[in-house]
Design a protein around this ligand. Structure first.
Ligand SMILES: [Fe+2]
Length: 162
């Protein structure tokens, strides 16, 4: 892999780092909204910890490849801001809106790490391939859990208004 290619992969890793930081902030807000729902609250808190760990793994990969995240510490994720623009249909259904946005976010992460895993494979960097594969599995588990939760919180929301 030449210098230009390596610089590009490092930029993608920096994007992934910023993405994880943004997700932690978003999920902290969603955890507050989910305080009244212990199962959902636990799911979100667990994924906050997972995302923090993922950010550390990505940071270590950046450093190992000779990059630097210091200039990115305060950068947010552009992609995640788009998710926040989902319209609020009516007040009180934040849990549903949050779950829909989080489900979309997990799939954006899966797409991002799939791309990174391909780059890592082309670089012959097996350690980075493994990191991406492990993170994809964690994002998929969160997406699956949200998919199971969405019907439950939708029924709860409707029955609370019956
Ligand atoms: Fe993540």
């Amino acid at each position: 892999m030449n210098d230009e290619q390596k610089t590009l992969v490092l930029r993608w890793l920096n994007d992934a780092y910023a993405m994880e930081q943004g997700i932690v902030r978003t999920l902290e807000n969603h955890a507050k909204d989910a305080q009244g729902n212990s199962a959902l609250s636990k799911l979100i808190h667990d994924h906050i910890e997972t995302s923090q760990r993922q950010a550390e793994h990505v940071e270590r990969a950046i450093e190992r490849l000779g990059g630097d995240i210091s200039q990115l510490k305060s950068a947010g994720s552009q992609a995640l801001n788009v998710m926040k623009e989902l319209p609020m249909a009516f007040a009180g259904d934040e849990l549903i809106k949050n779950a829909l946005a989080d489900f979309a976010t997990e799939h954006f992460e899966i797409a991002s790490y799939t791309s990174l895993m391909t780059a890592a494979d082309l670089m012959g960097d097996q350690e980075l391939v493994t990191m991406c594969r492990d993170i994809i599995a964690e994002e998929q588990a969160m997406a699956d859990a949200l998919r199971s939760a969405i019907p439950i919180i939708t029924r709860d929301e409707l029955s609370s208004r019956s």
